[in-house]
Design a protein around this ligand. Sequence first.
Ligand code: ZN
Length: 273
Amino acid sequence: MTTKQVGEFSVTAVSDGMLYSNHDVILGIERVESERLTGIPYGQPLPLDVNAFLVRHGGKLMLSDAGSGHTMGPTLGKLPQSLRATGVAPEQVEIILLTHLHPDHSLGLVDEQGRAVFPNAELIVHEVEAAFWLDRAPQQNDSERITRNTKAQRAVTAPYRDRIRRIKDGEVLPGITAQLAPGHTPGHTNFLLQSGSDRLLLWGDIVHLAAVQMARPDATLVFDVDPQLARATRERVLGWAATEGVVVAGAHLGFPGFGRVVRSGAGYGYQPA
Ligand SMILES: [Zn+2]
């Protein structure tokens, strides 16, 4: 099932494709431990789904995250065709809820010519995230990765310049609440959908590798802008999701990426829904 009904929301997973990562991106735990948890030996690629979510509510067509576009090789950038396969043209998307501005979530905003792929969409991005990637003067001690991503984020959001809504925490659209969940990026944001007693948490990159980071929330990634804050946020959100039994939708939780978090030993486990 790629569509989940959440009260009056309908949420459909749409694939951008597959990212092939490796054990070297995982920090903070022993290599033997990441091999054991993934069941994949060191040196072999770690496959990672990249999902976006189409949200229909109150006659509005929204998308959470925009895929990677043409920037990350032939196994990715499939979001526009996945959308069309569900009967939706990119031109119909009215709102894009950005969990954060990282390449696999945002570079698909533009095509190879730099034109808006979603010409009628308003971008919703947390003000903290926009301040870091879009509005901040470059700093001397910025890493090469941050410098490169900053340039890329400014370029892909440029065609949307006049329709970027910088939000704070709280209700941003009827039934949709933004919650800052920082660390992976400074303004990484979860969006909680709520309709009647049904809820679903769009949690972006709280967890990248479920097999590793559910059991070991202390495992961080080289892509985390602030690894220790990412870890603290992950522990907080996992604890909340497990206690509440809420359905989560993750960009990298396999496809379609809907599931629940359960407590397991000293850490957590993941149950695909
Ligand atoms: Zn990601």
